[in-house]
Design a protein. Sequence first.
Length: 118
Amino acid sequence: VPLQAFGGGLVQPGGSLRLSCAASGSAFSIVHMGWYRQAPGAQRELVARITSDCGANYADSVKGRATISRDNAKNTVYLQMNSLKPEDTAVYYCGALIRVRGSCSYYWGQGTLVTVSS
């Protein structure tokens, strides 16, 4: 199931951005979908994730600054991030646990670079 990510770019500290990720195709259901990020020299970490019934969890580092949402009809998840900090700079990846014909697999989208800098 292809995942396509949109958004990212250069943002000034204190600014905002919205990332979106869409799953395309048919005959699948999304168990949960979210955003991860990987800064240079660091491991990939969860930023935020949302389940099929809209349960969400966030990394402590973004709580209060990030909101994840999803449009089930469009198989799309959105991540709104506000009050961005330089330490939010990373490549952001969309990931989803998807059930296809009774089997679950994890899918990744292409990364999108977010740079927070003045």
